[in-house]
Ligand binder design. Sequence first.
Ligand code: TUI
Length: 317
Amino acid sequence: MNKNPVCEMLGIEYPVFQGGMAWIADAQLAAAVSNAGGLGLIAAMNSNGEQLREQIQKAKKLTDKPFGVNLMLMSPFIDEAVEVVCQEHIKVVTTGAGNPARYMEKLISNGVKVICVVASVALAVMVERMGACAVVAEGCESGGHVGETTTMALVPQVVDAVHIPVIAAGGIADGRGMAAAFMLGAKAVQMGTRFLTAKECNVHPNYKEKVLKAKDRDTIVTGKSLGHPVRALKNHMTREFLEKENNPNTTPDELEKMGAGALRRAAIDGDVRTGSCMCGQIAGLVKTQDTCLEIVTSICNEAYELMGARIDKAKLA
Ligand code: TUI
């Protein structure tokens, strides 16, 4: 049987990526996912160069398996982060929330594999030309910064448009979602929301509780008028933000100020009333707190069983 191309390329056992969740995806979570056989990712978003280096060195102590760094292209520290990734010989990065053109050459010439998160066919085609070795096609069911197209519609269109492997993200939290993604032509999946409640995830317990209690219609998108729409669990913060956003007297500056620091407030301080609890639409399916090993293996086993494959680790082409 053929090996999975994403697993082959990255030297991982299972075709499961953990989303690079800002303020949440730290060395502990990334190492736990990598130790489980998936691809763990440290979010560079909230760290300056030295803080990112610290997290990378911590992860190196916690795992000898491959792990990566997620580069959030809107981060104020993006240049420092790219520098540190190269210096620390990180094998793979994912990029998100923008066009990675400025950083592709440097990363690739330093031996870093670049996997770009895209929300459109156009950007997928562009990053393939720039040397991306795969793309994550992220549908708008995802938490955090989102595009406009659903996973169901986006994934097969990206699959048809590029020659590199496609990883599906957005709305996937169990084996059924993973199997569906493979049917659409994806070769791997990325999950954020499912890992939010993982035992090894250091997000504040109040945030975890809110995810565990969430139902299907409990998320909403704010910030469309600012050009960076964000999906989060409905709360005081999203209600106030939308009220302001719908008021023609509100300036974009006022809105930006409201958004700044909101994710940190929820994820670190546990203020799930005035903070932003970024979370995907699939939260209603996430009812348990499991280890990353339980999450990765159960999802793959369920998917492989549904697809009629032998339950044999990562042997799915
Ligand atoms: O990046 C994400 N998800 C994120 S980043 C984030 S931090 C943040 N905090 C406050 C406000 C905004 C962000 C929270 N969640 N996912 C990857 C992703 N990338 N989803 C969608 C995109 C995307 C969208 C448009 C990528 C490229 C793009 O095109 C830009 C262009 O120039 O074509």
